[in-house]
Design a protein around this ligand. Structure first.
Ligand code: NAD
Ligand code: UGA
Length: 471
């Protein structure tokens, strides 16, 4: 099958990866029908919402592309069966979280959604289909998918018509908040596989906007492992700089100056050297733990320990920040109001998965604090679910009275003893601290876990200030 024969694409999983990636493909291929399917009806309804402010994912630039393509050649539905049946290429973009029980719990990837999808493909696909792994997967998962497809093919139930598959690995490297630019101008696009024709078809799909030299081709296992390794390296840089932030605070050095000096060395580079409250997001921790699991599985225990320390340092940094907040506020938070500025795991996203805010807020709640939370994109229910104050089935917990979500910074800080900056939203960089200071109880603190505060103006306004990595 060549690219001109591709008429239908199906993407299983309408999440942070599936939604934006398929929107970009649909925007470059008006003659290909792109069906994005999901089992989550609520999510699909949100993707189809007329009001683009209600899309399930906030990504700068996404709404404009959705407006251009949705209902024309881009469709969101729960119709998994017929979308698979009509597809020439199927992208697997389902979630691959860490297993919570059974063998490998806490480290290995839970591949149940991948397996279910593979079985559905085997059952409903027609003719020849290219199956593309978009989800981040442990090395050798393509083999598992191929086995599932082959097993179903040779079973007696589905042999009424001929079908065949090629499995490719095509991991996604987009970061949330910059998904559209990352998809349109990636540093590289990686395709792993051993079927030259299938690789060529997928390559041609992307060549509509990605230059030839940016498309790397490898074998399946290198491709799968490269994705885990890329995330591990990025996370490792954050843990490295955060470890030095603590040393800066202890010695009077400044982490920003150290990062600038170190990052000026072209061999090191200046990206991913922002010290903060530790990395969050749905992937870094799970992907490193998956790597750790794989290393242990292959008997490489020293390698496993090396990578595990990146995660250990990350959670240490989060508890270190909670603990210093308690210490500075006279070692008790009982009944105190703490204003939390930002709950998303980074700016420009509404995603709160593994957000440092979750761990830090839980610590502060344990100390008896009342939390007043402001985030421009995260809703109240999401915060309550993350803090285990409400289950996803709407059952409220007793501690729910300890948190309140506010729509304006001024209301959030009213009577507060401290502000904790946990997400680097631009609006926090231009706050009028004089005005805010007047609304708070004294002494009032700002704990700047992102290093974005204009310290001089905050101190001038009467605040006591702590900034990450500033001794
Ligand atoms: P997500 O949870 O936002 O979306 C996954 C979607 O798949 C969910 O909506 C879920 O309902 C759906 N799904 C699960 N099983 C299904 C099935 N059988 N049929 C139909 N739909 C099904 O996850 P995500 O953040 O988009 O991540 C997806 C994958 O991409 C993961 O492996 C992740 O590691 C990887 N990844 C994520 C990012 C990111 O920035 N979020 C970046 C690169 C790679
Ligand atoms: C990350 C990778 O950057 C993507 O390449 C990858 O595709 C994706 O994971 C994935 O596999 O899911 P993402 O998690 O969306 O993307 O966001 P990042 O920009 O990498 O930030 C991750 C976390 O690290 C955030 O909490 C961020 O605040 C933190 N961070 C980042 C720092 O603390 N300092 C930095 O210098 C950079």
């Amino acid at each position: 099958m060549n690219i001109n024969q591709v008429k239908n694409i199906c993407c299983i999983g309408a999440g942070y990866v599936g939604g934006p990636t398929m929107t970009v493909i649909a925007n470059y291929w008006h003659n290909i029908k792109v069906n994005v399917v999901d089992i989550n009806q609520e999510r699909i309804n949100a993707w189809n919402d007329k009001d683009l402010n209600n899309l399930p994912i906030y990504e700068p630039g996404l709404d404009i592309l959705i407006k251009k393509t949705r209902g024309k050649n881009l469709f969101f539905s729960t119709d998994v069966e017929s979308s698979i049946a009509s597809a020439d290429i199927i992208f697997l973009s389902v979630n691959t979280p860490t297993k919570t029980k059974g063998f490998g719990a806490g480290q290995a990837s839970d591949l149940r959604w991948i397996e279910i999808s593979a079985r559905q493909i085997a059952k409903y696909a027609k003719g020849y289909t290219i199956v593309v792994e978009k989800s981040t997967l442990p090395v050798k998962t393509a083999e598992t998918i191929q086995q599932i497809l082959n097993a179903e093919l040779t079973s007696s139930i589905y042999t009424t018509e001929s079908k065949s598959f090629s499995v490719l690995s095509n991991p996604e490297f987009l970061a949330e908040g910059t998904a559209i630019t990352d998809l349109e101008k990636p540093d590289r696009l990686l395709i792993g596989g051993d079927d030259a024709n299938a690789i060529k078809t997928l390559e041609d799909l992307y060549k509509a906007w990605i230059p030839h030299e940016k498309i790397l081709k490898t074998n399946l296992w290198s491709s799968e492992l490269s994705k885990l390794t890329a995330n591990a390296f990025l996370a490792q840089r954050i843990s490295s700089i955060n470890s030095i932030s603590a040393l800066c605070e202890a010695t009077g050095a400044d982490i920003k100056e150290v990062a600038r000096a170190v990052g000026s060395d072209r061999r090191i580079g200046d990206k991913f050297l922002n010290s903060g409250p530790g990395f969050g997001g749905s992937c870094f921790k799970k992907d490193i733990l998956n790597l750790v699991y794989l290393c242990n599985y292959y008997g490489l225990h020293e390698v496993a320990n090396y990578w595990e320390s990146v995660v250990t340092l990350n959670s240490w940094q989060q508890h270190r920040i909670s603990s210093l907040i308690v210490n500075k506020l006279f070692r008790t938070l009982s009944g105190k109001r703490i204003a939390i500025f930002g709950f998303a795991f980074k700016s420009n996203t509404n995603d709160t998965r593994e957000s440092p805010a979750v761990s830090i807020c839980k610590d502060l709640l344990e100390e008896g604090a009342n939390l007043a939370i402001y985030d421009p994109k995260v809703n109240k229910r999401q915060i309550e679910v993350n803090l285990n104050l409400q289950s996803s089935r709407n059952i409220a917990n007793d501690n729910i009275s300890q948190i309140k979500k506010f729509e304006a910074i001024e209301d959030c800080v009213e009577g507060a003893d401290a502000i904790v900056i946990l997400t680097e939203w631009d609006e926090f960089k231009i706050v009028n601290w004089e005005k805010i200071s007047k609304l708070m109880r004294k002494p009032s603190w700002i704990f700047d876990a992102r290093g974005i505060l204009n310290q001089k103006s905050a101190i001038k306004a009467g605040f006591k200030v702590w900034s990450v990595g500033k001794g």
